[in-house]
Design a binder for this molecule. Structure first.
Ligand SMILES: Cc1cc2nc3c(=O)[nH]c(=O)nc-3n(C[C@H](O)[C@H](O)[C@H](O)COP(=O)(O)OP(=O)(O)OC[C@H]3O[C@@H](n4cnc5c(N)ncnc54)[C@H](O)[C@@H]3O)c2cc1C
Length: 404
């Protein structure tokens, strides 16, 4: 079989915008909202037909904490706005009354130390609420659209090649936010990238309904804090997955479906009424490929002061540690008008495990979108001006500015 075929392509330019956001997960939604609020013409491309990525299509319905586990909120701005939006039409579990009911007896400092500022939302309601928000902000959403290539001219992305129901076409943008989760655009554009060496254990989450009501079955290793981990988490299969190869991902998803069927059959023996209602429709991968940025975060960055901080996150695994995220972890040095956010920012393995979760994706998404509205050269951006705009939007940038 021949290794390559040659195609002759004449690609029509279908769309133009100021800021192109590739991927509509939590990071992409945050970036698109932030850029639109700065007055940019924004297009968001999403290969699924719903927003939220892993958080909705992937059934990861736990919005991990906005607080440090010691009673202090650390993530603000869109991280908090999306948190509240996720439960605007109802929540599933873990309602953080001590944080959301200001006037209640529960809302005391002591209660906030015990109860973390997290919640379990409903995937479908959150996806629709995010879509409504984007429409309100004037973002153009293009669903069913996968970015399959980029055209780089000198050191900038001039256009992105997309494929959707209308065929193959190009989008021209001044700046590009890579929120594909897997740094797809960074990879396509030739920006420096790294793969996650540890690879992904199989997860197979599904919802079911039965005698006990509606339930989330979290099969496989789950993201719970060290204090909640009672050691009962089991690896479903020994094999692990890198998550950036089409055939390997297909195998992973089929393994997840097998695990769901096995689990359902066992549970059905106890409850004849039990039925699965939804399973994840995108692969449940945690860390795959990321930017190797101008700065790469590590766990040693705990409480470190960064002059170019764009927001603060906590550590979902334990109470106490907090981190400022430097702007320089969001962009590289090769492609000037490309920035990333979400689970593909520049962070080393154990820190990557901290920066990949939902609140951190919102924090980095908001910063990336705001920056993308300001420039087509991220290395040359006036970071103080970016910080001013983020603060104006309600983001807290420095740990020392928190009341702790
Ligand atoms: C098993 C598991 C359990 C987890 N548990 C938790 C938890 O309890 N709480 C928590 O906060 N976090 C948890 N996480 C992590 C968290 O869910 C994700 O890391 C986070 O939601 C990632 O958001 P994102 O926007 O960066 O990327 P994603 O959610 O991956 O979004 C990327 C989006 O881009 C789209 N896309 C990808 N490539 C392209 C392309 N080429 N063209 C167009 N669109 C594209 C995708 O369809 C997707 O919608 C868990 C993750 C896993 C896998």
């Amino acid at each position: 079989m021949a290794k390559y075929i040659s195609e002759t392509l004449q690609t029509p330019v279908a769309y133009e915008c100021d800021v192109l956001v590739a991927g509509g997960g939590i990071a992409g939604v945050s970036a698109a909202v932030a850029a639109a609020r700065q007055g940019s013409k924004v297009i968001l491309l999403e290969k699924q037909f719903l927003l939220g990525g892993l958080a909705t299509a992937g059934l990861i319905t736990i919005y991990l904490p906005l607080c440090d586990g010691k009673g202090h909120q650390v993530s603000f701005g869109l991280a908090e706005e999306l948190f509240r939006l996720s439960i605007q039409y109802g929540y599933e579990a873990k309602y953080p009354s001590a944080w959301l009911e200001e006037q209640s007896k529960e809302g005391t400092a002591q209660d906030r130390q015990k109860q973390r500022f997290e919640v379990r939302f409903n995937a479908q309601l959150f996806a629709i609420a995010m879509e409504q928000l984007l429409k309100k902000e004037g973002v153009t959403i293009l669903y069913g659209t996968a970015v399959c290539g980029v055209q780089v001219e000198k050191d900038k992305i001039a256009s992105l090649i997309i494929e959707n129901k209308s065929g193959r076409s190009a989008v021209k943008a001044k700046s590009v936010v890579d929120t594909t989760g897997d740094a797809d655009i960074c990879m396509m554009a030739g920006e420096a990238i790294e793969l996650f060496e540890g690879q992904n254990a199989l997860a197979a989450w599904y919802y079911s309904a039965g005698e006990k009501g509606f339930d989330l079955n979290m099969l496989g290793v789950i993201d719970i804090s060290d204090e909640e981990n009672d050691g009962t988490m089991i690896k479903l299969i020994p094999k692990t997955f890198q998550g950036v190869d089409a055939m390997e991902l297909s195998e992973m998803v089929q393994n997840a479906h097998d695990a769901i069927l096995d689990d359902f059959r066992k549970k059905r023996m106890q409850d004849e009424t039990l039925l699965p209602t939804t399973f994840a429709t995108i692969p449940q991968v945690r860390m795959t490929r990321r930017l190797s940025g101008k700065y790469t975060m590590t766990l040693q960055d705990e409480r470190r002061e960064f002059e170019d901080s764009i927001g603060i996150i906590s550590n979902w695994k334990k109470r106490g540690p907090v981190y400022e995220i430097p702007f320089s972890a969001l962009h590289g040095t090769k492609i000037k008008n490309l920035i990333t956010a979400g689970r593909s920012i520049s962070a080393q393995d154990s820190m990557w495990d901290v920066t990949r979760v939902i609140p951190a994706c919102a924090v980095t998404g908001e910063a990336a979108g705001t920056a993308a509205a300001m420039t087509d050269d991220f290395e040359a951006l006036d970071v103080a001006e970016l910080q001013g705009r983020l603060e104006k939007a309600g983001v807290k940038l420095f740990i020392k500015s928190l009341e702790m």
